[in-house]
Write a protein that binds this ligand. Structure first.
Ligand code: ZN
Ligand code: ZN
Length: 263
């Protein structure tokens, strides 16, 4: 494939959603779940995967979160609950789609807990860990968040996180490359999305596409497959340049001809 970007795989229409979002269930979220669902629908997103900080959760709050997500979901929109677990060594582990709570700070144990609960485990924003991965985590985690909007910006992925992913994948070929909005404010809801091809918005269907890397992460400037192939950094670079060029062309076409001609 010339661009190095796989198509989304799966069958059915292509839909967009966001991964890694915080509401008032998290200590630092700024909006309620229903405000986030409303803004997501307005932005033509079909699903949102919530990942609330475990620090302020317990079993009862997670039950409330799951129920509220269900009440905000419908045939044309899925609000998927989940937890961002604060683990030992300040590691953050996303449990996308997880529906119950466990207070353990052990990231390797939690990857198993997440899988048994039907969720998807992701080593979040490796930058915070100075790009080191704890022993044993790679054997059990589903993927790495190689691009986090809050830490890496919204235009292109972080080159060091991509290098980390490429190194990790050389010994663990099943690892998926995730992109996360890390949404706390609605202003960031349109900056980055994942695109999946699914027959329905059933949460389990979306989660299995995520788990197998059958998606693309897209920003305004760049797109990357959940299973990027070949020289990942180079291919993302080429793709980003191509998208920047077409954005510039569209902008130029909108300028009055005199101004465009003088530039
Ligand atoms: Zn985090
Ligand atoms: Zn987060």
């Amino acid at each position: 494939m010339s661009s190095g970007i796989h198509n989304s795989g799966g069958s059915g229409p292509v839909v967009r959603g966001i991964l890694h979002a915080h509401s008032l269930y998290s200590y630092d979220g700024k909006h309620s779940l229903s405000e986030i669902a409303g803004a997501a629908r307005e932005a033509s997103l079909s699903f949102v995967c919530m990942t609330e900080h475990s620090d302020t959760l317990d079993g009862v709050k997670v039950r409330d979160l799951v129920m509220e997500c269900e009440s905000l979901s419908s045939a044309d929109f899925a609000m998927i609950p989940g937890i961002e677990f604060s683990c030992d060594d300040k590691l953050h582990l996303l449990g996308i789609g997880v529906r119950s709570y466990d207070p353990s700070p052990d990231s390797v144990y939690l990857t198993r807990f997440i899988r048994e609960g039907g969720g998807v485990s992701v080593f979040a924003h490796p930058m915070r860990k100075a790009y080191r991965i704890p022993d044993g985590l790679l054997d059990s985690v589903d993927g790495i968040e190689i691009w986090n909007c809050a830490y890496d910006g919204s235009l292109v992925p972080n080159a060091r996180a991509i290098d980390l992913y490429v190194r990790a994948r050389s010994t663990h070929p099943g690892l998926v490359a995730f992109v996360g909005c890390d949404l706390h404010r609605l202003a960031n809801i349109r900056k980055m999305a994942v695109q999946v091809k699914v027959p329905s918005l059933d949460p389990d269907t979306i989660l299995s596409a995520l788990r197998t890397g059958a998606f693309r992460g897209v920003s305004r400037l760049c797109a990357i497959s959940g299973r990027p192939s070949g020289n990942v950094s180079q291919r993302i670079g080429i793709r980003a340049l191509g998208m920047a060029y077409s954005t510039a062309q569209r902008f130029r076409a909108r300028l009055p001809s005199g101004r465009a001609a003088r530039r």
